[in-house]
Write a protein that binds this ligand. Sequence first.
Ligand code: SF4
Length: 408
Amino acid sequence: HLFSDPAEIQALRGNLLAWYDKSKRDLPWRTLAATEPDADRRAYAVWVSEIMLQQTQVATVIDYYNRWMQKWPTLQALAQASLEEVNELWAGLGYYSRGKRLQEAAKKVVSELAGQMPRTAEDLQKLLPGVGRYTAGAIASISYGQATGVVDGNVVRVLCRLRCIGADSSSPAVTDRLWDMANAVVDRSRPGDFNQAMMELGATVCVPKAPLCGECPVKKQCRARQRKLLGKPTPVPDVENCGKCVGDCPLCPPAAEPWDSSLGVTNFPRKAAKKQPRAARTATCVLERRGCHGAPEYLIVQRPSSGLLAGLWEFPSLPVAQGLQEEKQREVLADHLQAWMGQPVAAGGLQFIGEVVHIFSHIHQTYVVYSLPLDGDVTWDSASSPSRWVTQEEFQASAVSTAMKKVL
Ligand code: SF4
């Protein structure tokens, strides 16, 4: 499975880079990385884009990236930002701890590293909070020209297909081999472009469901495609006997799940079944009053500074047990509101509006939404959590999660 033939590696690099030069998508962080003469500024742009791209589609990221770079064009500018500002700009992008850690890391570079970005993948990973192996490799190769590989979801798919790796691609053993391969094949003179080309190939050609093998620049180096065309494993003429592919190969598909010819190249990669997200229920109440010009205003409160959606704003909410009866649910929510408002709240006054389902990475969250129109002002016990009244416009501009926008 591993890359060992120098001529094959050379062909892979050449084909992939030629294709990338011709077909790459125009993305704002790529333009900046290609035109900015200052390596640290390049690194900052790559870093911001890579953090935003984790778990998020390119099309969504572009607008966030442009607004971010306009507001904080340098690491030094970001280090001066408040967490509230970061959360506001990040609102809607999800996985909010990413923005927080990006800003913490910028502060660290300015205050502890004399404003100098670490320049190797090893140092980036070691010194910057929130920068894992992948992001470190991307920054170091794209911005500083370090010949180091990267492995993200797209690269996993491409490598597993190129080398017919059918063992669980999320297992530590396979992950280690994939990193070894990425480091072995990365082009020595254009590592950043090579890495981006691998990811681009996975994003646009070697896609999960219906890969465009006919148009693929590396189809000649692809073992999965050869296997599909031949109908049997590719013979390996130069290796007398690898001794591994006879049932106990740690990279081959498990014997219980052999090659399925109806799947073709999409036999690879294989993943162990995903854990089902845990189901959770939260009762949430939209408290509404008339503002000074008659427009409605809503009370939002801030979540704790750690845990899920840390520091974001939400309507007063309370986790409730699964299967709790509607009546009981209303009562506990009324008690919760009463405790923070310091005035009686009748459960009967809460109007049930409906349910909103939002999927977080590991939680299948149902919000049971109530509304409570108020005549006058109420005071929320701000010792428990900060709160404020906002108009609909202010709500949209606040650091609130996508789930809360759905609730509204
Ligand atoms: Fe992916 Fe097909 Fe290209 Fe192989 S030939 S790398 S499976 S797109």
